[in-house]
Ligand binder design. Structure first.
Ligand code: PLP
Length: 390
């Protein structure tokens, strides 16, 4: 475990300098690496020495990004992927056998849900779901073939909070691999390994890049599990590109200051919305009115950058509100410097019916704001003028 504080590790975790003594990390755009002689090549392939062979396996830039993520999450080991979904899929594919079973929170990222419902069943891997307010039901969902307990907190898009420590105890008691997608919190706000997680997954596309430029993903955690994920991935090819790894490692240098400001802006936006008479409900983990406020305070440093709220007047009012925005972008991403608004009921969750949507905390008028780094007065001014018209 590193003794440094978060910001220091985020900046000072760096690959060895080359003969040029560069200050900032250089980019190693090379698909392969050369060997001294035939014996060096044999020993390298036999893993008798730790060295780079081929960039699908390891590369200095991806290794730097992984080492840094491990320090920031307090993890033993990791592997980096081309996207967050490549991290999610490869983690499950590497660890599960046909016939295994997953217990998962119902409120999870849309593509992860599609993986569980549409693709993993092809290999006879089924998933049982619990709702965030039925945590007491989890143990009744566990079967003899259950292998993984999976969740996200805060959830998307309703920003509900699950008790990481409590679920960690359940996972341990039943000998399950406990996996958390920590994308909304980032390692700066929350370290699931402290609460018993065996593996932590991130879409680095979001706040880790934080500038809407590249896709990336990473899984970190227990070395024995990461070894399986590494072997699966080095043979199937979901690796992160060295260029994107270089960008993401640089981005981590500023993660702390960026996320501090994101959260400060988000809290002000949430407070503004809560006081507005055209808003029915605001969900933000660090608002006192949030149902899991105390729990959020216990497991997170700040409340994150996502604010969910309901415009009075249902689906039409939600869509109308989005159309009135002048500065906020309508975009599928989140965690960018630019503030983004989405309307889940008419987009990401439109395939669910109203009852199913309500089951995952999505009212028809629910709007999700990913609060960016523009001046908070300008963000609020845009929301204010859009709300005047709905
Ligand atoms: C975006 C996201 C993913 C998927 O990441 P990609 O980089 O888009 O593949 C997974 N989980 C959560 C919570 C996300 O927000």
């Amino acid at each position: 475990m590193s003794k440094n504080k978060f910001e220091t590790d985020a900046i000072r975790t760096q690959m060895e300098r080359s003969e040029f003594l560069e200050h900032s990390t250089p980019l190693h755009l090379t698909s392969s690496f050369i060997f001294e002689d035939a014996e060096d090549m044999r020993a390298s392939f036999a893993e008798e020495k730790q060295r780079n062979i081929y960039s699908r396996f390891t590369n200095p830039n991806t290794s730097e990004f992984i080492d840094k993520m491990c320090k920031l999450e307090g993890a033993e080991s990791g592997y980096a992927f081309a996207t967050g979904m490549a991290a999610v899929f490869s983690t499950f594919a590497a660890l599960l056998n046909a016939g295994d079973h997953i217990v998962s929170a119902r409120s999870i990222f849309g593509s992860t849900h599609t993986l569980f419902t549409k693709f993993l069943p092809k290999w006879n891997i089924e998933t049982s779901y619990f709702k965030i307010d039925e945590v007491e039901k989890i143990e009744s969902l566990i079967q003899p073939n259950t292998k993984i307990l999976y969740l996200e907190s805060p959830t998307n898009p309703a920003v509900d909070i699950l008790d990481l420590e409590l679920l960690g105890h359940i996972a341990k008691k039943h000998n399950l691999i406990y996996i958390i997608d920590n994308c909304f919190a980032t390692p700066y706000l929350q370290n699931p390994i402290k609460f018993g997680a065996d593996l932590v997954i991130h879409s680095a596309t979001k706040l880790i890049d934080g500038q809407g430029r590249v896709l990336g993903g990473v899984t970190v955690g227990r070395a024995d599990l990461i070894r399986e994920i590494y072997l699966f991935s080095r043979n199937t090819g979901p690796a992160l590109s060295p260029f994107n790894a270089w960008i993401l490692s640089k981005s981590l240098e500023t993660l702390g200051v960026r996320v501090d400001r994101h959260c400060e802006n988000a809290l002000k936006v949430a407070e503004f919305l809560e006081a507005h008479d055209k808003v029915a409900l605001v969900k933000y983990p660090f608002l006192k009115s949030h149902p899991q406020y105390e729990l959020a305070k216990k497991q997170m440093k700040h409340g994150g950058n996502v604010v969910a709220f309901e415009v009075k007047g249902g689906i039409e009012a939600g869509k109308h509100f989005l159309n009135q925005l002048k500065m906020l972008s309508l975009s599928a991403n989140l965690g960018d410097t630019r503030s983004i608004a989405t309307h889940p009921a008419s987009t990401t969750h439109s395939k669910l019916n109203e009852i199913e949507r309500l089951g995952v905390g999505i009212a028809d008028g629910l709007v999700r704001i990913s609060v960016g780094l523009e001046h908070v007065d300008d963000i609020i001014a845009d929301l204010k003028q859009a709300l005047e018209i709905v």
